[in-house]
Design a protein around this ligand. Structure first.
Ligand code: ADP
Ligand code: MG
Length: 225
């Protein structure tokens, strides 16, 4: 009976996700359809419609690209990688975005063994998600500290610490729920996808946050000795 319960729970999560995806994609498509009809009716202000249509298409692309990270298990490749190298590449990648937002990214690596068994692209995606969330939480700018420490003999800790507006309790409890976002241009998929990826790597995520002070996202991952 227990197995049955677990199965039906899984199904309902898949069902929930499917309903969410359908809903999230139908909204921009409905908007696009409406504006195309407007344009067919011979209105003159075409430029506005083009802008709305392309931003709605961008939204669909964003949603799909985040979901595709999860939907491609066949391309997952676990290799021994130095996590410092991975973080270095991600911070370089996000450097311009950080500067444009007045954000400084600082790394603190206090670790002897820094190798993990991972799918490089997926793990980079996780880091990108958490750094982007940190940047978006500091509209006036600030510092993001990326910390690497040892947790115990078997695991390391990777922390993303920001000085942003923090996460109130009612949002904290909904983190990881698909499509839950407080941002106008958010997808609400970053956290869910990241959590899933970390769990696939036998790791775990914890979030600590104080409103108006900042948030720490703590990822633990097994060390590859
Ligand atoms: P998105 O970034 O598209 O909104 P996420 O799944 O990445 O989706 O995050 C979900 C929500 O969690 C965000 O909309 C935001 O409210 C909150 N959140 C996540 N990370 C942070 C952070 N570092 N500081 C403040 N709020 C955060
Ligand atoms: Mg995000």
């Amino acid at each position: 009976a227990e197995e049955l319960v677990i199965n039906s729970k899984k199904l309902s999560i898949a069902g929930q996700l499917a309903a969410g995806i359908a809903h999230e994609i139908r909204n921009p498509i409905t908007a696009i359809k409406g504006f195309v009809q407007f344009m067919q009716s011979g209105s003159l202000q075409k430029q506005i419609y083009f802008d709305i249509i392309s931003s709605e298409i961008e939204r669909i692309e964003m949603i799909l690209s985040e979901l595709l990270i999860l939907a491609k298990p066949q391309s997952v490749q676990y290799e021994r990688k130095d996590i410092r190298m991975l973080i270095g590449q991600v911070t370089t990648l996000l450097g311009t975005q950080a500067i444009m937002n007045n954000v400084q990214i600082v790394t603190e690596f206090e670790l002897e063994t820094t190798h993990i068994l991972c799918d490089e692209n997926q793990l980079k995606q996780v880091c990108i998600n958490f750094i982007k969330n940190a940047i978006e939480a500091m509209p006036k700018g600030g510092t993001i500290v990326i910390q690497l420490k040892s947790k115990d003999k078997e695991n390391l800790l990777l922390r993303f610490i920001d000085q942003g507006f923090g996460i109130p309790e009612h949002i904290l409890s909904r983190l990881g729920e698909p499509f839950y976002t407080t941002k106008e241009k958010g997808t609400g998929l970053g956290f869910m996808v990241s959590k899933k990826i970390i769990e696939n790597h036998q790791g775990a995520i914890e979030v600590f946050s104080i409103e108006n002070e900042g948030t720490t996202v703590e990822v633990s991952l097994p060390i590859a000795h």
